[in-house]
Design a protein around this ligand. Structure first.
Ligand code: NAP
Length: 288
C-alpha cells in the first residue's frame, strides 16, 4: 500500500508559524515545509523541513507549489508582510491549492491609553518629531528605521533582532534582543531607559502585547503604525470556499497582487492556530 503523505507549506517568519509547524510534524502522514524570507541572520529553525529565500513573485510560488506537489498552504506570515500574503493568494488560486491564512487580531487602545496612530513609518516619525523631547523606544524592526534618522530632538532606544544597517538618529542606543518578551522584561527595559514614547507596528495578537501593557503601566505615549492594506483580517471569513478553487481560472502572470480588484478564492482566514491546524488537516487532499 502506498504511503499517503499530506504536504503542507507554511509561509513563516512568526512564532505562530513555528508553533503550528511543531504540532503538524507530529501528525503521521504530514510533511511540513516552512519557508522563510531570509531577513534575519540567524533564524530560529522550525520543526520539519526548511527552505529560505523568495520564490520569485506569485508566479514563482505557483511553480513551487506545483513542483513540490503541495496539498495545502498556511500563510502564517507577519501582518505587515503584505506582499507575500498577496502572492500566496494568487499562487494558491492559480495552482488550485487551498490556502489557510492565520493572522492576528489588531491591538486596540484601552480607555487610559495614550495612543497616536500613523498610517506608515514616515507618518509615525512625523508624530514622534512633534512630541516633547524625551526617550523613544523603537520596536518596528530594522527595516523601517530610516524615517526616524533625521530626528535629533529625542534619544532613541532601538530594539531589533539583528543590528540595523541603514541610517539612524544621532542619539541612539541599540538593544539586540529576540522576543517574545514578558511584561517584566518590557517594564525593566522601559524603566531602565526612562522611556517616554513607544513606537510599534500594530502587529496584534498576544505574543508581542506585553510592551503595550508596560507602556500603559509607566504612562508612556504609544505611536502605533497601522497595518498595510490589504490586510488578511479584513477578508470576509464567511466567503471561505477551500474546495471551490478552480485551478484553470487564474493566471497570476502580469497581475499586481496588491491591486484591490484581484479576485480571491479558496481562502480560509482564522486567528487561532488550533483552528488553522484543524483546517489544514481536515481539508487537505493527501496524495500518494
Ligand atoms: P513582504 O514585503 O510581504 O515580502 C517581500 C518578499 O519577500 C516577497 O515577495 C517574497 O519574495 C519574500 N518573502 C516574504 N516572506 C517570505 C516567506 N515566508 N518565504 C519566502 N519568501 C518570502 O515581507 P516582509 O515584510 O519583508 O517580511 C519578510 C518576512 O519576515 C515574512 O516572512 C514575515 O513573516 C517576517 N516578518 C515580517 C515582519 C514585518 O514587520 N514586515 C515582522 C516580523 C516577521 P518573492 O516575491 O521573491 O517570493
Amino acid at each position: 500500500m502506498a504511503i499517503v503523505v499530506t504536504r503542507i507549506l507554511i509561509l513563516g517568519g512568526t512564532i505562530e508559524a513555528r508553533t503550528t509547524a511543531q504540532v503538524l510534524v507530529e501528525r503521521p502522514g504530514v510533511r511540513v515545509i516552512t519557508s522563510l524570507a531570509g531577513r534575519t541572520d540567524h533564524p530560529i529553525r522550525p520543526a520539519g523541513e526548511l527552505r529560505i529565500g523568495g520564490f520569485g513573485g506569485a508566479d514563482g510560488l505557483r511553480d513551487y507549489l506545483l513542483a513540490e506537489r503541495i496539498d495545502r498552504v498556511l500563510d502564517a506570515t507577519h501582518p505587515f508582510a503584505a506582499r507575500i500574503s498577496a502572492n500566496a493568494r494568487l499562487a494558491c488560486r492559480a495552482a488550485g491549492v487551498p490556502l489557510v491564512v492565520l493572522t492576528r487580531p489588531r491591538w486596540a487602545p484601552e480607555p487610559s491609553d495614550r495612543w497616536l496612530t500613523a498610517a506608515s513609518p514616515e507618518r509615525a516619525a512625523a508624530l514622534v518629531a512633534d512630541l516633547p523631547a524625551g526617550t523613544v523606544l523603537l520596536t518596528i524592526g530594522r527595516g523601517s528605521l530610516d524615517a526616524f534618522a533625521p530626528i535629533d530632538r529625542h534619544r532613541f532606544v532601538i530594539r531589533s533582532v539583528d543590528a540595523p544597517t541603514g541610517p539612524l538618529p544621532a542619539r541612539h542606543e541599540i538593544v539586540l534582543a529576540r522576543g517574545p518578551f514578558t511584561l517584566a522584561d518590557e517594564l525593566e527595559l522601559m524603566r531602565a531607559r526612562g522611556v517616554d514614547v513607544l513606537v510599534t507596528k500594530n502587529s496584534g495578537g498576544p505574543a508581542a502585547a506585553a510592551k503595550l501593557d508596560a507602556a500603559r503601566t509607566i504612562g508612556a505615549t504609544v505611536v502605533v503604525i497601522d497595518r498595510p492594506t490589504p490586510d488578511p483580517t479584513d477578508a470576509d471569513p464567511t466567503d471561505a470556499d477551500p474546495a471551490g478553487t478552480d485551478p484553470t481560472d487564474a493566471d497570476p502572470a502580469g497581475m499586481d497582487p496588491l491591486a484591490p480588484d484581484v479576485p480571491v478564492a479558496g481562502v480560509v482566514t482564522v486567528t487561532d492556530p488550533r483552528e488553522a491546524i484543524d483546517q489544514l488537516l481536515d481539508s487537505a487532499t493527501p496524495t500518494p
